[in-house]
Design a binder for this molecule. Structure first.
Ligand code: SAH
Ligand code: SF4
Length: 391
């Protein structure tokens, strides 16, 4: 029996509210911030303007101390300081890989920890953020999947990861300085820990904040959400977020995908492909990225490559081949370089871009699927991992 359904229910009923204590302004939508300010005594007719001012301080200038919000009256600043906080996750460790990749372990309320990875490239930089502590899904090749879900991140904890990275990169604008068009942190990928579409509202609100023109200002084209294929939420992503979509595809038959990405049992390939076909129209986005992890002898044959092309026929697509990143106890091996190249070649000849993703930050376990905070103890045994993989 598929055990995912009841667990999923639990996740969806996890309250969105942050743990108790003063209200954190980080992560509130503009409307929610307005309501919070009114509840704290701000006259209704002023509330929209106050939101605009505070929003700009927090998300444009990176200011978190109410005292520095100098266009607000002193008394009003004091009231804010009594009632609210502007808090982001705390950095516990920061590791820098030989290739410049930075991995942050950040602590969130409740003492949980999640990982955030910054990957610099020549003309841009991508931040890989997490949406959950652990994951309820159990993809058999994924390290995060061996860690049971602890909880959903709040919107503040999700956008807070972006703010942590901007702090570390020194990327908040300096008043009076000329506008810098080249951004160190120019792209966000929701490819860290967790299944973003099982934490939809918080992910949506956080990404709306990232896109807001009066703050961090990242275009929706520079945000990519990766999902294992939560079909009903894919249409919602198109409508309510409108970002780029990446799909953890990984197999070309239901039989193999059931083993690799068990949520496939609930939403098999045919249903998934139907949802993907509609995505570009509804979101007005370009290509869907098909992520395909290369597992030796499992999903990497020429026949797989040809089947893949047939399946995605008609969908504007880019196929991202990911050499499997091994982790201790992993039940798979990475395909050989020759095999990956041969697979890529078939796809390329069919007219698709098929970049082979170079693993980044492997020396600090920051590569795809390697993320898992060492502090979370609720793990599965090796035997369980092998069983889930159908071995
Ligand atoms: N839960 C979401 C996003 C996080 S995983 C999802 O599954 O899409 C981000 C990407 O890393 C996914 O494509 C995932 O399949 C891939 N991945 C997971 N474990 C991996 C591993 N060990 N090696 C390579 N890629 C992996
Ligand atoms: Fe969860 Fe994604 Fe890992 Fe699957 S691949 S277990 S959905 S984080």
């Amino acid at each position: 029996m598929d055990i995912k359904a009841p667990i999923t229910q639990d996740v969806l009923t996890i309250p969105r509210k942050a743990p108790e204590g003063p209200v954190n302004l980080v992560g509130l939508t503009r409307d929610a911030m307005r309501d919070a300010l009114i509840a704290a005594g701000t006259p209704e007719r002023q509330a929209k303007m106050r939101v605009g001012q505070i929003w700009q301080w927090i998300y444009h200038w990176g200011v978190r101390d109410f005292e520095q919000m100098t266009n607000l009256a002193k008394d009003y600043r004091a009231m804010l300081a009594r009632t609210f906080v502007v808090a982001i996750p705390e950095v516990v460790t920061r590791q820098v890989s030989g290739d410049g990749t930075r991995k942050y372990l950040v602590r969130i309320a409740g003492g949980h920890e999640v990982e955030v990875v910054y990957i610099p490239e020549t003309d841009r930089g991508t931040l890989c953020i997490s949406s959950q502590v652990g994951c309820t899904l159990t993809c058999s090749f994924c390290h995060t999947g061996t860690q049971k879900l602890v909880r959903n991140l709040t919107a503040g904890e999700i956008i807070g990861q972006v703010m942590v990275a901007r702090d570390d990169l020194g990327e908040w604008p300096v008043p009076g300085a000329p506008k810098d068009e080249t951004r160190l942190l120019s792209n966000i990928v929701l490819m860290g820990m967790g299944e973003p579409l099982y934490n939809f509202e918080n992910v949506r609100d956080a990404m709306k904040i990232a896109m807001d023109p009066d703050g961090i200002q990242l275009s929706r084209r520079r945000i990519t959400l990766s999902t294992s294929g939560i079909v009903p939420e894919i249409a919602r992503t198109a409508q309510e977020i409108g970002c780029q979509l990446a799909i953890s595809f990984h197999a070309t038959t239901d039989e193999v995908r059931d083993r690799l990405v068990p949520i496939n049992k609930k939403w098999p390939l045919a249903k998934l492909l139907e949802a993907l076909r509609d995505y570009p129209k509804v979101s007005n986005s370009e290509r869907i990225t098909f992520e395909y992890v290369m597992l030796d002898g499992i999903n990497d044959s020429d026949e797989d490559a040809r089947r893949l092309i047939k399946l995605i026929d008609g969908i504007p697509a880019k196929i991202n081949l990911i050499p499997f990143n091994e982790w201790p106890g992993a039940p798979y091996k990475r395909s050989s370089n020759n095999r990956i190249r041969a697979f890529a070649d078939i796809i390329y000849k069919a007219g698709y871009a098929s970049p082979i993703r170079t693993p980044r930050g492997e020396d600090i376990m920051a590569a795809c699927g390697q993320l898992k905070s060492a502090t979370e103890r609720a793990r599965k045994s090796k035997a369980q991992i092998a069983q889930d993989a159908g071995l």
